[in-house]
Ligand binder design. Structure first.
Ligand SMILES: [Zn+2]
Length: 111
């Protein structure tokens, strides 16, 4: 089951707040069923999120949102990316673990 329209709108609002905070370019945000991963971010600033994400707890939503938005400036998961994740999310590795578990249950490849 996918989230309600209200959840979806709230989630999109959350994405926009994070985009402002991180000064990341976002031209569009869509939420729809994805087959292999939680989210994708194109260089043109188009963000797509899996429709089950708005149902997860907020810390996990933030993990996926911040993960993708940081890729605008940092294309890999190296030292800089990790330190920015920590600045914005704290103990982000815990959320990553939890998302991996959920992703495996959904049949996604790892985020
Ligand atoms: Zn990534």
């Amino acid at each position: 089951m996918s989230g309600t329209a209200v959840d979806k709108e709230k989630f999109k609002e959350r994405v926009r707040l994070w985009a402002d905070k991180l000064e990341a370019r976002v031209t569009s945000v869509s939420v729809r069923p994805m087959k292999t991963k939680w989210a994708s971010y194109s260089t043109a600033g188009r963000l797509t999120f899996d429709s089950s994400l708005p149902e997860l707890r907020e810390a996990l939503q933030d993990y996926v949102i911040v993960h993708e938005l940081l890729h605008e400036k940092v294309p890999n998961h190296g030292k800089l990316w990790k330190s920015l994740m920590r600045v914005h999310l704290g103990r982000y590795e815990e959320y990553e673990q939890e998302l991996r578990k959920t992703a495996a249950e959904k049949g996604f490849r790892q985020p």
